[in-house]
Every structure is written in structure tokens, then in C-alpha cells.
Design a protein around this ligand. Sequence first.
Ligand SMILES: Nc1ncnc2c1ncn2[C@@H]1O[C@H](COP(=O)(O)OP(=O)(O)O)[C@@H](O)[C@H]1O
Ligand SMILES: [Mg+2]
Length: 384
Amino acid sequence: MELDVPPLPDGSGSPNPQGDADLLAGNPRYEKIRYLNRGAFGFVVLAHDKQCNDRVALKFIERGPEHINKYVEREIVNHMKLRHPHIIGLREVFLTSTHLVLSMEYAPGGDLFRYVAARRGLPEDEARWFFQQLMIAVDYCHRMGVSSRDIKLENTLVDGSPRPLIKLADFGFSKDANQHSAPTSRVGTPAYLAPEVITNQPGQVYDGKKGDIWSCGVLLYILVTDRYPFRRPGDDAMKPNQKLNVMLQRILRADYSFPADKPLSDGVRDLISRILVQDPDARPTLQGIFTHPWFVEGLNPAALQFNDSIVRESLANQPSPEVLNEVRAIVQEAAKPVAAPAAPQTAPQQPAIPRPDESNRGAYDSLDELVRGAAAESDSFDMR
Ligand SMILES: Nc1ncnc2c1ncn2[C@@H]1O[C@H](COP(=O)(O)OP(=O)(O)O)[C@@H](O)[C@H]1O
Ligand SMILES: [Mg+2]
């Protein structure tokens, strides 16, 4: 298997240093069922929502200025605007004594990374089925003004249907073109980063939508090959920094090939090779992808009009300014230094100093720093 799969959570383990027992202590609405997984910024727990008598996924983000920054607010505000069958629903946001919590629709199939790794890549027909859904989700986001900037298998969730439906998740790096200026930050996950995002310099802007399309091309390549396009088998012998550096250099050259031992149709090769080109303007638009012969196979033509009415409906039902203000107030509260536990103190307590640049959404000024700072190529991070 080419994809490195972290050990499956055993259902009881938790990265929460306080232990999970009191994560939801005293919460009248939610009851923990089990730990699901963690991402670069939070861990996710399956819980029972007593109010709706339904299962939900709760994403826990630690409180305090070192964890809560502008990306957390954007994640919530942008996610709240998106209501679509192929986007995980965000239900509510609340605080516990230690965490900011996002209550989300639960995807029982887990994420597409594990799904694909367990099957060692997907047959093309199945890959197409997932990719069609993902493109419809991305088209909706882009029409709503939101670019994800972190599209990857780990952020694409699978529901529990016999013919699985996918649900795009994790808007932790998203950008709303209507709310914020054009993207300038080098954020995302190294293996999926577009060349222009890697080379972006302070003061320059790039088109987040075209960067998303590149990431979708990387994702499609992985679906059908069970490999990362810009990694080579020999890379594993390298030190992590060198491994990341050679991968980024290959991305900049769009230097990849199709594995000789995987039979792939000309159609999927053609689509991937049109997307993974250095010049963002030379990549197909979503409309271009929607009319590609490999993409349209087996697709009900009505599916391409699917988003028209959903976009109309979403635009007519955006969260009210009051709701948005309420959410911002919760995030601001979460960003305050967490009260120290009541313990006898021998020395006067130092006030906590906000150090957003040292948060776990770390900042990087150069490619070199990026290489030194990256934890793993498949982890998300911020490279401003
Ligand atoms: N709604 C959900 N249903 C099921 N699993 C989920 C859900 N949300 C997240 N997960 C799991 O938790 C992981 C981390 O969640 P994510 O929102 O991506 O956090 P991060 O911002 O830390 O990357 C995902 O890759 C997925 O495996
Ligand atoms: Mg994630």
C-alpha cells in the first residue's frame, strides 16, 4: 500500500490531555460515543445529540490565543454559509471549559483517505463516481465565493449509503472572495499544493479556485493510482525535510508520471494531465471538467444543473448578521487565555501573551522555512 495509514483509533484513545471523560461533562445536550479521528488542528468525537436524537461529529479545537486565530473564525463563518448535499452540515458551535466545539453532520464512512487506502486505490468507475460528486461540491463552494484551499482525501468524508456519497469537510483554510481580499497566504497541505501557491510571495495574490482545481487533480490521481503524484518510491530513504523539498520542487515543475503497473484509461490520464499544469490559467475550469469525456460518463446531464437551484436557495438563506455576530463572539471568547487551574501559587502569575504566529497553524516566510517547519506532507499548515 502506498498511502501511509496512521493506526486506526481504537475508539477509546484520545489525544485530549485531560482525558475524554470530562470533555463534555455537564453538557446537557451531547454525550460522547467514541473518538473518531484527528486532523492537523482538532480532534473529532462521535456524540449523541440528545436534543435531536441523532448522532453528530464534534470537532474540538483547544481554547486560548495560541490555538484560536482568524482561520477558526473563517472556518466557521464560511462553513455556515454552505448548505449542500455534498458538504458536511455545520449545526452549531459551542464552548466547553477547555475547547471550542463544532457540531457537524456525522459521516459514518469516515474519510476518503482511509477508504482509498483500505482498497489500495479505486477502480476508475468508482473513482469517477466520487470525483463527480466532489466537483459538484467544489463548484457549489466556488459559486458561493468560497475556495477551500485544503481539498484532500482526509477532508473528503464518506456517508453510510451502499453507494457512498461524499461530503466535503474542513473549511479551516477557506477563503471567501466576498469577505476577504484575494488569497496571499501559502496555506494548505504540501502534497496537494499548486505551484503558484508554493511560490506565492508576500503582496502577491493567487486565484484560490484554480489552486483548488489543482488539488482536485492530485486527489483524482491518488484515487486511481493509490500513490501521490509528486512522490517517488526512493523518497522514503530521505530525511523528512529533504523528502518534502524534493516533492515541492517536483510540484513546481509539474513533474509526475503515471505508474507503469496500473492500467489507466486514456480518458483519466487526459483529464489529470490537463489539470496538473503549472500555469493556473491553462487548467480547465470546472465547466471544462464537467464536459470532459471521462468525467461525463454515466453522469445524468441534470446533475450539472443541480447546483443552480441550491446556490439560489443558499443565497436567499444566508446566516443573519445577528447569528454571525453571535458566532464571532463565541470565537473571541474562545481566543481568550484559558484560566489557569486553581492551584496554590508561589510566584505571581504572568499574563498569557497572545502569540498567534507560533500557533499550531504556524507561519512560514520562505520555502526553506516551510521545509523546516512542516510536520508531514499530508498535514495542513499555514505558510504565510
Ligand atoms: N463529520 C465527520 N464525520 C466523520 N468523521 C469526521 C467528521 N469530521 C471530521 N472527521 C474525521 O476527523 C478528521 C479531522 O477532521 P478535520 O475537520 O479535517 O480537522 P482538521 O482541521 O484538524 O484537519 C477527518 O480527516 C476525518 O477523518
Ligand atoms: Mg482536515
